[in-house]
Every structure is written in structure tokens, then in C-alpha cells.
Design a protein around this ligand. Structure first.
Ligand code: AMP
Ligand code: GLY
Length: 424
């Protein structure tokens, strides 16, 4: 089978790495990919959001399976684009329909969906700019900290948490005046939940689902979870507090009602659902849905998959997931992200990266923002490399990732040295 993966980050490198190991994979293409994916298959200079260009490539290269890594093409309806054309009826697509992708594409849609299906989540209301006075009233009813969320996609920057009422009110005004462009024209205001977060993933064909290993990611740039939010500075899987009792609650209260809710609304969904959860005194609440794997969670979760992923994808696309099973390795994987100095603010690109020739077999380096330039691998983004290592426990896995992190060099390399700090 010829497979095309869309995207260019660490998540896509991890997916491509797993797909490349399958006997079912003939040719693997990644569009646009990075320096890491070019070692596994062929990078293709395509914009995943340019559907006609993706379409021409699929036709000219006899692609059988399309795996969509990031959310934007999904929210823009890539699934529907291909499904609506008869000549692509044999193309297997991993990802939800446009309507399914609304779970990530609109926070108001996601919250309404949760409410309709009795899925535990923070109390909330959504408002448009015309409803400023009502929004102000609702803010007054809540106690600090205040949580404001731009409705639409805002590249992970659309959530603001503020201690002061006055600050929340002025931020609300700014959002209605276009702080996040159209994404913020509608705002969800919600109650603040106190607890510890983790991410749970399923692969679903719309009827059945397969539970993937959970993970915890570290979003803040600074040690001790301080400073600005990033795309993610590291991840650990499994998560010790996500024990059987907790996971049973997640399945019963969250995963199953979500799948049932999609069915009731007749929403076509054949792909990953990411449940961003808050554990509040042992009870799970949904903070957000994403309609794809997490990044950097994929870099910690995918290496724990013992089973071949391609048959799972095939079963997802053909609604046969109930017939599949999946083996997970019980060991821990810890991922440490090496980033460009200055990230998530401004940073420079094009720095030469040196990687040791010998990588221990307990570690794998997933490229997040790299490219090949004049024969060298250079930095090409804020998040540069994700180092994932396996160990019998978190301590061993982290020690291996950190040992390798020290041996990789590029100018202004930065990484958090406390991944997993809150799990011991
Ligand atoms: P989101 O983009 O929805 O994942 O939100 C970004 C981050 O904001 C989450 O990972 C949480 O750390 C935090 N957050 C969002 N909503 C809430 C909430 N209701 N209570 C507490 N923290 C929240
Ligand atoms: N790591 C958070 C995300 O993928 O959205």
C-alpha cells in the first residue's frame, strides 16, 4: 500500500516511523515532512491545506491511504473533500469529517456537544460580541481565576486564564475586537478546574474504538510549569495517576458518551480523538477535544505501540476496528523536546544540528522542526527535536532522554530539565 502522511512535525515523524515499520507499507510519502521523515520515506513539497494539490499527488502516485496529522486540514474538511468524489471511494482516510473536526474547530460546538451528552466538563457559556453585557454578567457570577477561550482555532494560543476580574473583562473586549481574528468573535467563558491534566487518545471508526496509551504533556516553557504556553516541551506515557479506577471513569463517563454522541448526531468519524482531561480529585473532566494525535504526546505514545499501526488504520477506515486488538508495551516512554532559544517568542532558524552517529537502541529522535539545507540538518522551527526513550520506569526513560539531549547540539538549544516532575 502507498501511504501519504500530511504534516511536518514530531507527531508526523512518529506516525511515519511506525507506518514505515509495517510490511503493508510499500511507498511512504510525507507532505511536507522534515529532515527526519525524509529518512523514512519521500518528502513531498505540498501544503496539506491545498486540497487540489493533495488530490493531484494522490492520483499521480497511486496513494491508497491518507493519514492526516494536523487539525487544520481536518477542520477545513479534507475528509469531505475526498469522500464527495466517487473516484476516491477506495482511498482510506484517517481523520474525521468536517463536522467531526468541529470538536476541535469550535470550542462552543465542543462544549454544547459535551453538555448534550452529559460529559463532565467545566461550567460554561458562549457569547458573541453582540452579547457583551450578558458575557460580563456571567463573568461576575464566576470566581477567579477566569478562563476565556476563543471559539475557533488559534494555534494553541486562544485560551487565556486570568486572576483579576478587570483583566478578564478587558481581555474579553479585546477578543471581541479581533485579538484572535475571527477565531475570537465568539468566546467561551468557563469555570476554572483545579487538578492535574492528562491526555487520553482513542482511534475510532465511528462505532468501535481502540484505547491508546495515555500521556501527560508539559505545555509551559519554564521549569515547574511556569512561563508562556508552548506547543509542548515534553511528554510521559503512561501516567501513574491514570490508574484503572480513573481510566474506567474516563471510559464510562467520557469516551463512550462521546462515541455515542457522534453516532446520534450521525457524524462520520474515522480517526483519532484526543481527550484533554483534568483529574479533579480522582474525577475526569474534559478540558478540550482535539481531532488528531497530540504533539508531543504522539512521540511518547506511538513508541509504546507494539502492534502494527497500518492494520489498525485500515480497520478504522473500513469500520472493522471491533475485530482488531492492540498490544502495548508496559514500559515508560519519556519525551524531551529540544527547542530554539527564544521559543515560544521569536527565535532564529537555520542553525546546524549535530547528532551523534550512534543512538542507543532505547532512544529515538523524532524531528519536529528541521530541514536539510546544503547537506546539513538545520533547525526550522521553535520545537526542533523530540527525544523519546523507553525505560522500565519514568526515571530510567528520562535519564536516557536527557543523556541524549546533552549530546545533540545546535546554537541556543533549550530544553526543560524537569519533565515528569509532578508525577513522582
Ligand atoms: P486548551 O487549548 O483548551 O487545551 O487550553 C489550554 C490549557 O488551558 C489547558 O491545557 C489547561 O491547562 C488550561 N485550561 C483550559 N481550560 C481550563 C479550565 N476550565 N480550568 C483550568 N484550566 C484550563
Ligand atoms: N500537546 C497538545 C496538543 O497536541 O494539542
Amino acid at each position: 500500500m502507498n501511504i501519504l502522511v500530511l504534516g511536518s512535525g514530531g507527531r508526523e515523524h512518529a506516525l511515519a516511523w511506525k507506518i514505515a515499520q509495517s510490511d503493508l507499507t510499500e511507498k511512504l510519502y510525507v507532505a511536507p515532512g522534515n529532515a527526519g521523515t525524509s529518512q523514512l520515506g519521500e518528502n513531498v513539497a505540498l501544503d496539506p491545506e491545498d486540497f487540489p494539490a493533495v488530490e493531484s499527488f494522490i492520483l499521480s502516485h497511486d496513494i491508497h491511504m491518507l493519514v492526516v496529522g494536523p487539525e487544520v486540514p481536518l477542520v477545513k474538511g479534507i475528509y469531505d473533500y475526498f469522500r464527495s468524489q466517487y473516484r476516491f471511494s477506495n482511498l482510506f482516510i484517517i481523520g474525521p469529517s468536517r463536522e467531526g473536526a468541529m470538536l476541535e474547530g469550535s470550542k462552543a460546538f465542543a462544549k454544547d456537544f459535551m453538555q448534550e451528552n452529559d460529559i463532565p466538563t467545566a461550567r460554561y457559556q458562549s457569547f458573541t460580541s453582540k452579547e457583551f453585557n450578558k458575557a460580563k454578567q456571567f463573568l461576575k457570577e464566576l470566581s477567579p481565576p477566569y478562563v476565556l477561550k476563543a471559539d475557533g482555532l488559534a494555534a494553541g494560543k486562544g485560551v487565556l486564564i486570568m486572576e483579576e476580574y478587570d483583566q478578564a473583562l478587558s481581555t474579553l473586549k479585546e477578543m471581541f475586537h479581533g485579538k484572535f481574528g475571527d477565531a475570537g468573535k465568539k468566546v467561551v467563558i468557563e469555570e476554572h478546574l483545579k487538578g492535574i491534566e492528562c491526555s487520553v487518545f482513542v482511534l475510532t471508526d465511528g462505532d468501535s474504538y481502540m484505547l491508546f496509551p495515555e500521556a501527560k504533556d508539559y505545555k509551559r516553557v519554564g521549569e515547574g510549569d511556569t512561563g508562556l504556553n508552548t506547543g509542548g516541551m515534553g511528554a510521559v506515557s503512561p501516567v501513574p495517576f491514570a490508574d484503572e479506577t480513573f481510566m474506567n471513569k474516563v471510559v464510562e463517563r467520557i469516551i463512550e458518551p462521546t462515541i455515542n454522541g457522534l453516532q446520534e448526531r450521525k457524524i462520520i468519524y474515522r480517526g483519532f480523538i484526543y481527550f484533554g482531561l483534568m483529574n479533579v480529585n480522582g474525577d475526569p473532566y474534559v478540558i478540550e477535544y482535539n481531532v488528531r494525535m497530540g504533539d508531543p504526546e504522539a512521540e511518547a505514545v506511538i513508541p509504546r505501540l507494539y502492534s502494527d499501526i497500518v492494520p489498525l488504520f485500515l480497520a478504522t477506515a473500513t469500520k472493522n476496528l471491533a475485530q482488531q486488538d492492540m498490544q502495548i508495551i508496559p514500559d515508560t516512554v519519556a519525551t524531551v523536546m529540544l527547542v530554539s532559544g527564544g521559543y515560544p517568542g521569536s527565535y532564529e532558524k537555520g542553525k546546524k544540528i549535530t547528532i551523534p552517529d550512534e543512538i542507543p537502541e532505547t532512544s529515538v529522535i523524532f524531528h519536529a522542526g528541521t530541514k536539510v539545507q546544503d547537506g546539513d540538518i538545520v533547525t526550522n522551527g521553535g520545537r526542533v527535536l523530540a527525544i523519546s526513550s523507553v525505560g522500565k520506569d519514568m526515571k530510567e526513560a528520562l535519564a536516557r532522554s536527557y543523556a541524549l539531549a546533552e549530546k545533540i547540539d545546535f546554537e541556543k538549544k533549550y530544553f526543560r530539565k524537569d519533565i515528569g516532575f509532578d508525577l513522582t
